[in-house]
Design a protein around this ligand. Structure first.
Ligand SMILES: [Zn+2]
Length: 299
């Protein structure tokens, strides 16, 4: 039993030393790895962040399990003793929200897009079942934590001498994407409106994602943190995603016009993008199917 206990503890110890980078003063980022959720990574596959003001801390996304959330909380405590006053979720995908449970005892405001509570109620139970199936006991402690403060349009949060602007977007990656802009450092947390390296995922609306890119380009960011991938130059980080999504739009439209079936479209659209993205085989077919469903009614 002793040996098993030691083995079981090993990933927890690894997760507890969650690596942080400080791309701007008071801005901390943990980069998740490009992967699907596994026992090994416990859902540490999305980028997480926090911003420290003079009064308190805002967390932006919490990781794919309570264990990852607890590791993030421990990492915050290594940096500051200030209370966590806001836990912001960019959207409801499990790798971004399932660490929320680790912050419940801090009694923060949990912040999300106005449509996030409905999305969490509809999808959350399925996400939780899938996590328990994939992680077993490593999912223990993970629960659904709904927003206590929701955003329509724009909302400003004050961390003490430091203001964040939260913006609720029309349907794009999902129907409830939220971005977070730190005015002091001009750092923009994009959630999954932008992917870098990891294949972009369409779970909301393809044309909405393309429209969001055009709108995002007008935001006065100096630094941008995508939901997946590295913080790189703004706005050039969006170029590769824009190219992929435009190809998806054009080629799926062509497939529909040529009366090709969904199955045929999945086989023919965008295949030569494969070598340019991580996790292409996990998400590309799903993207083609989503685009096909969206666009076939246009004809
Ligand atoms: Zn997502």
């Amino acid at each position: 039993m002793r040996i098993f206990a030691a083995l079981a503890l090993a990933p927890t110890v690894a997760a507890a030393s969650l690596a942080l980078e400080t791309p701007a003063p008071g801005v901390y980022v943990h980069y998740g790895r490009h992967d699907v959720t596994t026992i090994d990574n416990r859902g540490d596959i999305a980028n997480l962040g926090f911003i420290v003001g003079s009064r308190c801390v805002a967390v932006i996304d919490t990781g794919g399990s309570a264990a990852v959330g607890a590791a993030l909380r421990a990492a915050i405590r290594r940096v500051t003793d200030k209370p966590v006053c806001y836990v912001i979720n960019t959207h409801v995908h499990p790798d971004h929200v399932f660490g929320n449970a680790a912050f419940v005892d801090d009694r923060p405001q949990f912040v999300g897009h106005a449509r996030m509570p409905e999305a969490l109620a509809r999808r959350g139970p399925h996400y939780l079942n899938a996590l328990r199936r994939d992680l077993g006991t490593a999912a223990d402690g993970t629960e659904l934590v709904a927003p206590t403060l929701t955003v329509v349009g724009e909302t400003r949060l004050d961390l003490g001498d430091r203001a964040l602007t939260l913006r609720a977007w029309p349907t794009a990656h999902t129907d409830h994407d939220l971005t977070v802009f730190d005015e002091a450092s001009a750092t923009l947390f994009l959630g999954d409106l932008v992917f870098e390296g990891h294949l972009p995922v369409v779970d909301g609306n393809l044309r909405g994602m393309l429209a969001a890119i055009e709108e995002l380009k007008r935001m006065p960011a100096r630094l941008a943190i995508p939901g997946h991938g590295r913080a790189v130059r703004w706005p050039e980080v969006m170029d590769a995603q824009q190219r992929y999504l435009q190809r998806l739009l054009i080629e799926v439209k062509q497939a529909i016009a040529a009366k090709r079936t969904l199955a045929q479209a999945v086989e023919t659209v965008g295949g030569d993008e494969r070598d340019r993205w991580r996790l292409f085989d996990v998400f590309h077919r799903r993207n083609v199917a989503a685009a096909y469903a969206e666009l076939e009614w246009d004809e």
